[in-house]
Design a protein around this ligand. Sequence first.
Ligand code: B1M
Length: 232
Amino acid sequence: MSDEDEIILSELDDEELVQQMFDDLYDGLKEEIEEAVNILLERGWQPYDILTKALVGGMTIVGHDFRDGILFVPEVLLAANAMKGGMAILKPLLAETGAPRVGKMVIGTVKGDIHDIGKNLVGMMMEGAGFEVVDLGINNAVEKYMEALETEAPDILGMSALLTTTMPYMKVVIDTMVEQGVRDDYIVLVGGAPLNEEFGKAIGADAYCRDAAVAVETAKEWVGRKHNQKSA
Ligand code: B1M
């Protein structure tokens, strides 16, 4: 196919379209990603499947090439921007489950870290599962978390970190909660690509969540436990 041959997204079958989305995400083509998301929705795809199979799938490829020095920060930013365009379409649909309010979570990326795609995804999925979510954004110092815990009184504190250099900051927050005598008032969940279960335990979090779906399941389980304790 020559460069001038334009690809008509709506003429591709599902598999070709998802492949094309991987390419478009890689190239940071936000409008194309938005169009493709809408096409898949029209074809009856579940929002969650579009998110995980097409968008997260595409971002994984970007991640590998970023790691291997094939892509650089400006390209990855464009890819992230395209992904956010697709996520913005899916967000209200994921939240539309009409689930009863099951709890409240404050979530933010830790100090020194500006990665927010994973955190946003967790927030969206939590909202979709009926949680109220207060998003503190990126680069949060301990004071910001402590203030939010006091003013928002959530059930859960969620922290995200994508860098090996920023993940230790989660311990700073948890240690401060302990010092101020409020650690046990909240469920603390942590996540982000470089973390693992062992790290979660070592810093004193209640649980490490591998992905957004696990975050929702873990949050439900812990909030259920907390309510049972209160009523016992
Ligand atoms: Co960054 N970056 N980045 N980056 N970036 C990584 C993380 C990296 C692994 C890439 C690599 O080298 N392979 C690497 C870290 C290496 C390390 O620390 N060991 C890296 C680096 C080095 C950097 C910079 C230092 C690069 C530089 O400047 N030289 C710089 C740091 C800036 C800073 O934060 N101070 C940087 C910058 C950037 C961009 C700005 C270009 C961009 C961020 C855009 C944005 O977020 N708005 C970016 C991106 C996009 C990435 C990769 C490619 C993709 C991250 C992502 O969005 N993944 C990433 C490579 C990778 O992870 N494969 C990389 C998709 C997302 C859905 O997954 O975030 O893991 P994830 O979230 C998952 C789970 O982890 C979990 O659920 C989510 C959904 O399933 N989860 C939680 C996450 N948070 C949770 C919180 C919870 C629960 C679950 O709370 C309850």
